[in-house]
Structures are given as structure tokens and as C-alpha cells.
Design a binder for this molecule. Structure first.
Ligand SMILES: [Zn+2]
Length: 474
């Protein structure tokens, strides 16, 4: 074991976790780790199947005293996000991760650790392996490709599971029980324009210095969306312009922090002066939410291929009309939001991609209608795809009540019960298991999806022991 020299903890899930890190398992590459889990279950006398999409389902029979108990579903995902430092030569398709232990955290050298969600798989397999532990029947569901779009959960046949209580192990903060998450719907707008040649001065405007962030976890910070912000500046300038290009963002689920627009104007000095005046308001607006926004301008004279004024205005006007950021907020946080993550105009082709999120399924459609309205106003067609359900907060949840009680008994304090404005698989799975009662928990994992990802070892131990305690008392 690589971490063994200075690793004082003997809990079996650490050794299993380390074995998992030797098997490459980035999203899209989970067949080998699925086979490992399947074999592990079989070798420990459990039933196991790999379903048609590549999810693993393991069934462990009831322990002594639990013969009449209903099965409990334990769930996590098999895939990990693959990030490495620019210098790293790590090959995520074949190299084992290099683990380190710094006295408090387990990390991987120069790469993500895959504690998200390898720790869930390790916990589950440790339960499978333990022959002494007497527990209710377990149904362990390990899904493929969560990180890239909840595909394993989406492909699940719910009839393969008979339990109604599900404990998801894909949370990253100890002491927080998640009991609801947002659903999502992707909105795209595409339009092909005829271009015209125009003489004048082309101004290249770069708006940067904004913070951006994750459109689920950070939308409540109300950071400025660079694409929409620059569109507002251009619109409010009161100058006739021809749009050449517009570029902002690469991911629909990230708030764009940079936007670069090229416009041709007749009088560049007047245009720049107006822009700079309006920009002062942006600086004011960004106080408290963003770093220091900056506007950079370069100009060149000539003949340029661009959109007609009317067509360019359709693009800019759409970006001014589409809903932005937090749309509805409640006591527990953001309920409904929209992030226009990608805005791209090049060679007359416009493409915009936005992610609608809501804790309430019906709101996804309400906001979709607002996007359609904004698109129609600019005479664009809009398309909607990749819908996944919200995991709506249950006022009545016996599982949650039980887990809160067990937590209090074990740690002497109440856990925090919360919801999250990002997507978790519980939403998708609850669609397939009518009457499902679910709670998500997990140990402290910091800087997830980055090369600094690290697992707090003692938090993991407390979390595993808490899990066992829940199962014993259910
Ligand atoms: Zn995860």
C-alpha cells in the first residue's frame, strides 16, 4: 500500500479506496472499475450484476436479526473527474494515481484524487466485505458517468431495486445531510446569419476580471455574467454598430468570466467614450460580488465581414432579454436560476447555451417559456434538451428523521439539513423509484474536481461509522 508507511489507520475502506485509485476510472472509462466491483462482490458471496449501461448493482443479504427488514439502497458513482497539473505526464487511461498522506488528508500527486466519488465505492465495498457486521439487506448501486451528465442514473432500470430508502454518498461536507437538489434543463439557440462587408473601425472589446464560477454551487453569489454584461453595455451605448463576433464561455454550467466582442462603428472615439462611461456602472455593480472588472479596447480600420445592424441587434437584444442568474429564492437558498454559459458568434453563426436549474420541477418549464419568449423576440428558435428531475425536498421523510437522530446520539449535535442548487443523482433515481425516501451525506472532501482534491481521513472514518450506525438502527 503506497500510503502505508506513515498511515496509521487500519479501516478496511482505506485499502479498498487505494485499490480503486490503481484502476483508471475517468468518466467514459468505467468498465474496468465496474468489473472490479462486480468481482469483489462475487468473491465476498454477494449477488451482483452490471446492467446494460454499465452500472453495478450488488445485493447483500440480511444479517442476523434483520431478516424481516426492508433493503436499504447505498449509492455512489464509479467515475471521477480527470484533472492534472500542466506539467504532469499522468495518463488517465492507464496510470494508477500516486497517493500521498500529509497527516490529515489523502491526496494524489499532480492529479484529482477521485475521492468524489471513490470514497462512496470504498465504503460500499467495505460493507460488502465485512462478514461480522449484522445489517439489513443492502442494495448497492454504483453508477457510471455521473460527472458528465448523470448518465448511469438516467439509464437505470428502477425495477432492479426493491428498496425505498436510499442513502447517497456523493456529498462533500461532513455534518450536512442533503435532502433536495435542483433539476436541470439545457436551452440552446442557434441562428445562421447572412454577413455583409462594412467599412469603418473595428473595436475589439474585452471584458474580464470577473470571477465566474459554478452555475449551481455559486449562482447565489450573484456574480456578473460577462456575456450578458457586455451585451448590456453595447445595447445601452446608443450607437449604431455592426457585430463581427461575440465570444464568451465554454461550458453551459459555468458562469462566464470573460467576454470578447468585435463591432464595427463609424466613430470609434465617441463609441469608446460612451462605453467607458457606462462601464463605471459595471464597476459599481461588481463591488462585493466580483474582483475588479476590466474593459480592454483595441481598434483597427478597414473593411470587415459582419452582421447587418438589425441582425447584430437581434443577438445583443436576446442577451439582454434572456433571464439571468438567480430567478427565485426561498428560505433554504436559490430555488430557480438560469445561466447563459456559452454565447458564441463567429462567421455569421450564433450559438447560445444556457442551463436552467430549479428545486421545483414545474419551474423548469416556467423558465423555459421565458427563454422561448426572449428567443422569439429576436426571431430565434430555441431548443430544450437533457432534462433531469429535481429531487424535491420532502416535508415528511422518516429516513431523514432517523438519520438526524442517529447523528445526534453519536456526535452530540444536530446535523445540518440542507438542499443544494446543483444536480445530484437522487433526483433522477427518485423518478424511477416511486415513493423513494433519500438522504445524501459524505465526508469532507476539499477542492473537488481540482488537482488539490483531498480527503479528510478522520472525517471519512467518522462518516463511515455514522453510516454503519444508521444501517444498524434503521
Ligand atoms: Zn460526485
Amino acid at each position: 500500500m503506497i500510503i502505508s508507511e506513515n498511515f496509521p489507520y487500519k479501516h478496511s475502506f482505506f485499502a479498498i479506496f487505494e485499490q480503486l485509485t490503481r484502476i483508471p476510472h475517468g468518466s467514459g472509462n468505467t468498465a474496468e472499475i465496474a468489473k472490479f466491483c462486480y468481482d469483489f462482490a462475487k468473491n465476498n458471496g454477494c449477488d451482483a450484476v452490471i446492467d446494460k449501461v454499465g452500472n453495478v448493482i450488488i445485493k447483500k443479504t440480511a444479517g442476523k436479526g434483520y431478516e424481516d427488514s426492508d433493503p436499504i439502497i447505498i449509492q455512489g458513482h464509479l467515475d471521477m473527474v480527470c484533472e492534472k497539473t500542466p506539467e504532469s505526464t499522468h495518463d488517465f487511461t492507464k496510470d494508477p494515481l500516486k497517493l500521498k498522506f500529509d497527516g490529515k488528508y489523502i491526496l494524489a500527486e499532480d492529479t484529482t484524487l477521485g475521492g468524489d466519488d471513490g470514497i462512496a465505492v470504498a465504503f460500499a465495498l467495505a460493507l460488502v466485505q465485512d462478514k461480522e457486521l449484522q445489517l439489513p439487506p443492502l442494495e448497492i448501486l454504483l453508477t457510471m458517468d455521473e460527472e458528465t451528465g448523470l448518465f448511469g442514473a438516467a439509464g437505470l432500470d428502477g425495477s432492479m431495486l426493491s428498496g425505498k430508502n436510499l442513502i447517497n454518498l456523493d456529498s462533500e461536507e461532513e455534518g450536512i445531510l442533503l435532502c433536495g437538489c435542483a433539476g436541470g434543463l439545457t436551452a440552446t439557440v442557434n441562428e445562421k446569419f447572412e454577413t455583409v462587408n462594412v467599412n469603418g473601425t473595428k473595436c475589439r472589446i474585452t471584458l474580464n476580471g470577473l470571477k465566474g464560477g459554478h452555475s449551481g454551487c455559486e449562482i447565489h453569489r450573484r456574480r456578473l455574467n460577462a456575456a450578458l454584461c457586455l451585451a448590456k453595455l453595447i445595447m445601452n451605448c446608443g450607437v449604431e454598430y455592426n457585430l463581427v463576433s461575440y465570444k464568451s464561455g465554454t461550458k453551459f454550467n459555468a458562469i462566464p468570466c470573460v467576454c470578447v466582442a468585435e463591432v464595427v462603428v463609424a466613430d470609434d472615439e465617441d463609441f469608446i467614450e460612451r462605453l467607458n462611461t457606462l462601464f463605471d456602472q459595471v464597476v459599481e455593480l461588481a463591488k462585493g460580488t466580483d474582483d475588479e472588472p476590466k474593459l480592454e479596447l483595441t481598434c483597427e480600420e478597414g473593411t470587415f465581414e459582419c452582421l447587418s445592424y438589425e441582425d447584430g441587434n437581434r443577438v445583443i437584444s436576446y442577451l439582454n432579454t434572456v433571464p439571468d442568474g438567480v430567478i427565485k429564492e426561498g428560505d433554504t437558498g436559490v430555488i430557480t436560476s438560469l445561466n447563459t454559459g456559452v454565447s458564441d458568434l463567429e462567421d455569421g453563426q450564433f450559438h447560445s447555451e444556457a442551463l436552467i436549474r430549479s428545486m421545483v420541477n414545474d419551474d423548469l418549464d416556467v423558465i423555459a417559456k421565458q427563454v422561448i419568449k426572449a428567443a422569439n423576440k429576436s426571431k430565434f428558435n430555441s431548443d430544450f434538451s437533457d432534462r433531469y428531475s429535481a429531487w424535491e425536498y420532502n416535508e415528511v421523510s422518516p429516513l431523514r428523521d432517523k438519520m438526524v437522530k442517529v447523528y445526534e446520539n453519536k456526535f452530540g449535535v444536530k446535523p445540518t439539513v440542507n438542499t443544494i442548487h446543483a444536480g445530484l443523482e437522487c433526483g433522477v433515481i427518485s423518478d424511477k423509484i416511486p415513493g423513494m425516501d433519500a438522504v445524501s451525506l459524505g465526508p469532507d472532501i476539499l477542492d473537488v474536481h481540482t488537482v488539490n482534491e483531498r480527503l479528510d481521513v478522520e472525517s471519512a472514518i467518522r462518516c463511515f461509522e455514522y453510516l454503519v450506525e444508521i444501517l444498524k438502527n434503521i
